[in-house]
Design a protein around this ligand. Structure first.
Ligand SMILES: C[S@@+](CC[C@H](N)C(=O)[O-])C[C@H]1O[C@@H](n2cnc3c(N)ncnc32)[C@H](O)[C@@H]1O
Length: 225
């Protein structure tokens, strides 16, 4: 997805690294077109009319968390967004190997996916270990921005939830501040362990295991008012 195609500030790094293995490349050709999320406005429930909930994962990386959550909850439609092609190839392999029928993939910028969703159509959104963009001059590239939170508030139903996780202290503070300024959201933490410990339903992500940040992972769960 090139910047020329949309006016959004680019929030992701590279979109391709090593060559994609032949088996994954074949799945990208055969399976991805069948599970790709529509690229025009759509009702997610039309994709899985018996879904009890609709969840979106933004920046799923290799897709391990998305696939594990989808496997645990076959009643939920899980839509993942990721512009990094090697990550999409890995996710498609997980979908194939685990025989998941409740995953759809937007192989591009999640903000374009959100634009295509109706108001109050999502139950949960996961934003796990987003690119930290540590340098001050890059902070504008961070996914968490006031406009982005407005858009999340629009697509989440009242009572819907957002989970943000990061192991970069400055990004955690930035996110706390941004949500504090967004009246549509309520932070669900009642005690320190609620953000210091991984929630019971969390699945450790690949980036998380690398421990590249400068603090222990923090997990911020918010509810849409
Ligand atoms: C640091 S990685 C973490 C990946 C994964 N969540 C994990 O924890 O292993 C952040 C990911 O977010 C993706 N990303 C960044 N901006 C995005 C956007 N606007 N829409 C979708 N994905 C995005 C990047 O391509 C990258 O794969």
């Amino acid at each position: 997805m090139s910047d020329a195609q949309h006016p959004l500030m680019r929030s992701f790094g590279r979109i391709k690294s090593r060559p994609i293995k032949p088996r994954q490349a074949a799945l990208m050709d055969e399976l991805l077109p069948r599970i790709r999320a529509p690229q025009a406005p759509f009702d997610p429930l039309a994709l899985k009319p018996d879904a009890t909930e609709v969840w979106v994962e933004i920046g799923f990386g290799g897709g391990e968390h998305m696939a594990a959550q989808a496997a645990r909850r076959p009643d939920v439609l899980v839509i993942g967004a990721e512009p990094f092609l090697n990550g999409v190839a890995s996710a498609v392999r997980h979908v194939d190997e685990q025989g998941l029928t409740n995953v759809r993939i937007h192989d591009g910028d999640a903000r374009l996916l959100l634009q295509n969703l109706p108001d109050a159509s999502l139950d949960r959104v996961f934003i796990l270990f987003p690119d930290p963009w540590q340098k001050a001059r890059h902070h504008k590239r961070r996914l968490i921005q006031p406009d982005f939170l407005d858009e999340l508030a629009r697509v989440l139903r009242p009572g819907g939830r957002v989970r943000f996780a990061s192991d970069w202290a400055d990004y955690v503070d930035w996110t706390l501040e941004a949500f504090r300024a967004a009246p549509a959201f309520r932070w669900l933490a009642a005690r320190a362990d609620d953000w210091r410990l991984a929630p019971a339903d969390h699945v450790t992500t690949r980036y998380e295991t690398k421990g590249l940040g400068d603090c222990a992972p923090a997990f911020l769960d918010y509810e849409r008012a």
